[in-house]
Each structure stands twice: as structure tokens, then as C-alpha cells.
Design a protein around this ligand. Structure first.
Ligand SMILES: [Mg+2]
Length: 203
């Protein structure tokens, strides 16, 4: 029996071209700053690496993992993107999603599990009008772990004090969200964005 629904954040609870673009620009800026190279060179290096890594992952690769591959720590990258942009400037309340989650909350515990950092996650959930809905919000800062590392999922399940089989994971990326969740024994559901959650019924 499902007891907990775990949502990915970016690309799942909202979809925004502007924010994806801001994350990409923040990544270029961060590599340029840390390697002391021109911005355009940093952009080329990152995009080359992205193409290379996408072959391994078979879908889009998190910016964090790309920057890690250049020796930039997750902490440094998060600090830079927090300063670079504020998601509240680009997002508005999603009433349809709020209504759907309010309904699900009557039957299930709702949580978030994201590779994003605590500050950007709080800003994003506040802008969407969803900040009071979740029992737990797991970010990189919770355990210093990143998806697709199965340990991140495992730690969350332990903290929630449920079996993985009682969890329903909703995310937008197979290799990062759904495959590790499925391997642990969770049920999974792939979305293209929040519109796939508006009418979600879990039996
Ligand atoms: Mg995502």
C-alpha cells in the first residue's frame, strides 16, 4: 500500500525555459570563474561535456554532475547559482497543482527529493505556492548526496520510516529519478511536467 509520494522538483513540479536557461548560464559563469577562462570557452567546454554525458545517461544530465566532472564541488556550484538568479523572479503560483496536491495530501504523505540546494528549493516552492504541503523536503543539503546515487533515496526512506515499496516516486528523468527509485522497490511515474500531475489518481 502506498503511504508516501516523493516528487522530484525541477522539471516535475514546474517547468520553465527561463529557469533552465538561468541554470545553464550560471553553470557557464561558474566554470569560467573557477577555471579563470573566458565565458565563451566555459560554455563550449560544458556543452561538449553535456553531449558526452548524455550518451551515458540517455536523458538530460543535471548541471551539478557536469560541474562536478570539472572538479567544482556541489557546494561551490550551489553558492554560485543561489547568487546568480532567484526562481521567484520567473515562477508564479500553480493553482491546479496546488489543488491536486491538496487532494493527494489527504491520503498520502507528500515529500520532495531534489538535487537542488535548500535555498533554491525553498524559493521555488514558495513561488509555486506549494511550500506548506510537504512533510519533508530532501535537498542536496539534507545528506550531501545526489541522485542517481541510491543512497540518497535510501536515506530518505529511512528518515520517513517506511519501506521503499510504500513509496511512489514521481520524476521527469529516467536515469536520475526513476531507475534508482525502481531498483529500491518504489513504484514510479514519469512526467513531462506538472500538467501530468493535475489529474493524478493513485489507487
Ligand atoms: Mg527533474
Amino acid at each position: 500500500m502506498i503511504k508516501v509520494i516523493i516528487f522530484d522538483l525541477d522539471g516535475t513540479l514546474y517547468k520553465s525555459k527561463e529557469i533552465a536557461e538561468k541554470f545553464a548560464r550560471a553553470a557557464h559563469y561558474t566554470l569560467s570563474k573557477f577555471k579563470n577562462i573566458p565565458l565563451d570557452d566555459a560554455r563550449k567546454l560544458i556543452e561538449e561535456k553535456r553531449q558526452q554525458m548524455e550518451k551515458e545517461y540517455s536523458d538530460s544530465v543535471p548541471q551539478t554532475l557536469i560541474l562536478n566532472s570539472f572538479g567544482i564541488s556541489t557546494e561551490s556550484w550551489h553558492k554560485e547559482n543561489i547568487d546568480f538568479f532567484d526562481p521567484r523572479d520567473y515562477l508564479t503560483k500553480d493553482e491546479k497543482l496546488k489543488k491536486s496536491l491538496d487532494g493527494l495530501k489527504k491520503r498520502y504523505r507528500l515529500t520532495v527529493l531534489t538535487n537542488n540546494n535548500k535555498i533554491q528549493t525553498e524559493r521555488t516552492l514558495a513561488a509555486l505556492g506549494l511550500n506548506a504541503l510537504f512533510d519533508r523536503v530532501y535537498t542536496y543539503n539534507s545528506f550531501k548526496l545526489l541522485k542517481p546515487n541510491p543512497e540518497f533515496f535510501q536515506k530518505a526512506v529511512e528518515d520517513l520510516n517506511v519501506e521503499p515499496e510504500a513509496c511512489f516516486f514521481i520524476g521527469d528523468r529516467n536515469s536520475v529519478d526513476l531507475e534508482p527509485a525502481k531498483k529500491l522497490g518504489m513504484l514510479t511515474y514519469k512526467v513531462k511536467g506538472p500538467e501530468d500531475i493535475y489529474d493524478l489518481l493513485i489507487e
